[in-house]
Ligand binder design. Structure first.
Ligand SMILES: NC(=O)c1ccc[n+]([C@@H]2O[C@H](COP(=O)([O-])OP(=O)(O)OC[C@H]3O[C@@H](n4cnc5c(N)ncnc54)[C@H](O)[C@@H]3O)[C@@H](O)[C@H]2O)c1
Ligand SMILES: Cc1cc2c(cc1C)N(C[C@H](O)[C@H](O)[C@H](O)COP(=O)(O)O)c1[nH]c(=O)[nH]c(=O)c1N2
Length: 167
């Protein structure tokens, strides 16, 4: 099936995007506006000088005002064991219940770092830009924490898949 740009519906776009596999993250914040976190697949490297990544956040998400006000966040890259945690942070669960399901620490900014994340990027949001339903947050990485295992959790075809070295 082929569709031209003008004729691409939301449903067609989502069906197509479901075939673009992506790593899964829990993005957190803490500060004057309180603590919040959500599951995100729309995360990408932008520049290594200054070290910068981007996160796309839906402006209709309940967490949006908290991220907007705090201006800091931590991108926690998930491992295969974190499937249930990803589901918890990707639904409508109250914030305290989300955070009660795992252990958290802090790096520089105070945004929660997941203790067994594959890697965590602690960031200050330098800029944000609205596009359609989402804000693109440009985040400068001010501290890093590398986990022990280099294994990944991928979201592809609306399901989770474990990623690790071939045996
Ligand atoms: N970028 C996002 O905001 C994003 C990404 C993945 C999932 N989700 C949300 O998670 C839930 C389950 O998603 P699913 O993948 O099982 O099925 P789905 O059919 O809702 O989404 C399929 C794919 O489309 C993209 N997508 C979904 N919603 C989007 C949005 N609002 N803006 C931009 N891209 C979007 C993602 O790549 C997603 O994996 C949905 O509520 C969805 O909105 C949002
Ligand atoms: C696998 C997967 C991937 C994503 C999401 C979900 C799931 C299951 N969600 C949706 C987001 O996590 C969800 O809306 C949050 O729970 C926010 O909910 P509240 O509105 O704050 O309760 C999501 N939302 C967003 O704004 N950007 C993203 O990149 C993603 N990616």
């Amino acid at each position: 099936m082929q569709a031209t740009a003008a004729a691409v519906t939301r449903a067609e776009f989502r069906d197509a995007m479901a075939r673009l596999g992506a790593a899964v993250h829990i993005v957190t914040t803490d500060g004057p506006a309180g603590r919040a976190g959500f599951t995100a697949s729309a995360v990408c490297s932008v520049s290594d000088e200054p070290p910068t990544l981007l996160v796309c956040l839906n402006r209709s998400a309940s967490v949006y005002p908290t991220f907007q006000a705090n201006g800091v966040l931590c991108v926690n890259v998930l491992a295969p064991d974190h499937q249930a945690l990803s589901t918890l942070f990707g639904g409508k669960t109250p914030m305290d219940e989300r955070f009660a399901a795992a252990q958290w620490h802090r790096l520089e900014t105070g945004a929660p770092r997941l203790h067994d994340a594959v890697v965590s990027f602690d960031c200050r949001v330098q800029r944000h830009s609205a596009m359609g339903t989402h804000d693109v947050l440009f985040c400068e990485v001010v501290a890093l924490s590398m986990g022990e295992a280099a294994q990944g959790l991928i979201y592809f075809d609306r399901r989770y898949h474990a990623l690790g070295p071939a045996l």
